[in-house]
Every structure is written in structure tokens, then in C-alpha cells.
Design a protein around this ligand. Structure first.
Ligand SMILES: Nc1ncnc2c1ncn2[C@@H]1O[C@H](COP(=O)(O)OP(=O)(O)OP(=O)(O)O)[C@@H](O)[C@H]1O
Length: 251
């Protein structure tokens, strides 16, 4: 099977701190992959190295076989990488549609007014419609974002990432702060994403994540600890040790 994402010995240093060290991961195209690990394991830093928010200090990042290690964020996005953020990134006084248009603007070289209705071609309008449908926000186009529930705002973030038609989608804690019923919606959305898309997610909610993904990568202290199928992760002695050890340490 083709590779969606490959990391070769990726390392990220912040001064003297090795936040991520020699992490090698291969995510086949179309796979759903979770990156888990206790606080400070390096999950967010690794995500940032994949998307280009931080530069890898060593190693290589390959997107569909092409080396993107030296490319800035927008160039990776242009090559099919989309992401959501842990902290919401929306414009609360703009409508759902206006936020969607701003999300697309990152990819389109054409200029258009933020507030006018014009400026979207049929293909772009179709992309927005499809992304909102996948994210269960059809019919909410004219709603101001501040009137949406927190869960709907997270759905909108997903829609904004989907509107760029990513072939690799990175989700940073998609269920963080959500109520149980909102979690069900987000899980359903992730399950319904097309298998032409590779999905990598960070998530602290173990039950949720293990029900969503095909394969799990567990990091600890910046290093890859274990990779296994969801069913085997729960019972893995090393994974139990880092989670329990961390709990003991924090207690
Ligand atoms: N910009 C930065 N400058 C310096 N150190 C950083 C920076 N970002 C992260 N770190 C450090 O790198 C290590 C890994 O942090 P990271 O946020 O990637 O872990 P994480 O697994 O995402 O944790 P959490 O689950 O708490 O979000 C930590 O020791 C953190 O303090």
C-alpha cells in the first residue's frame, strides 16, 4: 500500500530539550492513526513538525513519498495536508460561511472580499457544501459562529480543514472539552470521512480514540514507545506503565 505519511528519525529540539527524538512512523494511505502518550510525551510537537509549524531539527517528513521537511506550513497545505487545532481558531462574529471562505482563501490565489457573497466559484462552493455536510453543519451557513455551541464550533473547524480537500488530515484533540453527546457526533464524523483520506489524530480520551483508529502509536519522553492495534494497546504492559507511572507521579 502507498504511504500517506512517513517520518524518518524525526527529532525536534528546543534549546537543550529534546522534545521529540528519532521518531520513525509509517502511516499507509487511508489509515486512521492515533498518537497517544502521557502529558509532555511530545505529541503536539510531533504534530507541529509534521505540519511545519516547527522545523524538525533532524530526520525527514515525507508526504505521499515526497520530502516536505523543509517546506513551510502553506506549502505543505498546498500538497494536501490539513489540520485542526487544540484551541479554536474561528472568527466568532463572522458567519459559518464567512469562516469557511477564509479557510479556503489560504489555498486560492484569487482575492475576494471577506464580506461579500461573490467570489466563490462553483467548485469552491461545492467543496464548502461537501465539507459542511460531512461535518453535520449543513443549513447553518448564515449563523454567526458565536451563536454555535462549543461542539458545533469544533465541527466547523473540522469543516474548514475538510474544505481544503486534504489527503492527510491531522486532528489535534478533536474531542477535548466536549460533552458525551458532542463526542458521539465528532466520532461519527471522523468515522464517516472518506477512506481516500489519511487521518492522524492526537486524543487523550482513550475509549474514544481506540474505537476510531486502525493503529496506535504511543510516545513517551519524546520517543516512540510502542505501536500496536487498538485492542492490544490497552493491555500493553509498557503503555500501562507510562500511563500508571505518570498517574502515580502526578498524584
Ligand atoms: N515551544 C517550546 N519551547 C520549549 N519547550 C517546548 C515547546 N513546546 C513544547 N515544549 C516541551 O516539549 C516537550 C513535549 O511537549 P508536547 O507539548 O509536544 O507534549 P504533548 O505530548 O503534546 O503533551 P500534552 O499531552 O500535555 O499536550 C515538553 O517537555 C514541553 O514542555
Amino acid at each position: 500500500m502507498d504511504d500517506g505519511l512517513v517520518l524518518e528519525e524525526v527529532g525536534v529540539r528546543f534549546g537543550g530539550l529534546r522534545a521529540v527524538e528519532a521518531v520513525s512512523i509509517r502511516v499507509p494511505a487511508g489509515q486512521r492513526r492515533a498518537i497517544i502518550g502521557p502529558n509532555g510525551a511530545g505529541k503536539t510537537t510531533l504534530f507541529n513538525a509534521i505540519t511545519g509549524v516547527v522545523r524538525a531539527s533532524s530526520g525527514r517528513v515525507l508526504l505521499e513519498g515526497r520530502d516536505v521537511t523543509r517546506l513551510p506550513v502553506h506549502a505543505r497545505a498546498h500538497r494536501g495536508m490539513g489540520r485542526t487545532f487544540q484551541i479554536t481558531n474561528l472568527f466568532p462574529r463572522l458567519t459559518v460561511m464567512e469562516n469557511m471562505r477564509l479557510a479556503l482563501r489560504g489555498l486560492s490565489p484569487r482575492r475576494f472580499s471577506i464580506l461579500g457573497r461573490d467570489g466563490l466559484d462553483r467548485e469552491e462552493a461545492g467543496r464548502i457544501e461537501a465539507a459542511l455536510a460531512l461535518s453535520r453543519l449543513s443549513g447553518r451557513l448564515d449563523q454567526e459562529v458565536r451563536a454555535l455551541s462549543y461542539g458545533e464550533q469544533r465541527q466547523l473547524e473540522m469543516a474548514m480543514a475538510l474544505a481544503t480537500r486534504p489527503r492527510l488530515l491531522l486532528l489535534d484533540e478533536p474531542a477535548a472539552g466536549l460533552s458525551p453527546s458532542e463526542r458521539v457526533i465528532v466520532s461519527d464524523i471522523i468515522r464517516s470521512l472518506p477512506r481516500t483520506m489519511t487521518v492522524v489524530l492526537i486524543e487523550h480520551d482513550m475509549d474514544l480514540v481506540l474505537s476510531l483508529v486502525d493503529w496506535v502509536t504511543c510516545l513517551n519522553n519524546g520517543r516512540l514507545l510502542v505501536e500496536a492495534a487498538p485492542d492490544d494497546i490497552r493491555t500493553d504492559p509498557q503503555v500501562q506503565e507510562v500511563y500508571l507511572g505518570k498517574a502515580r507521579h502526578d498524584a
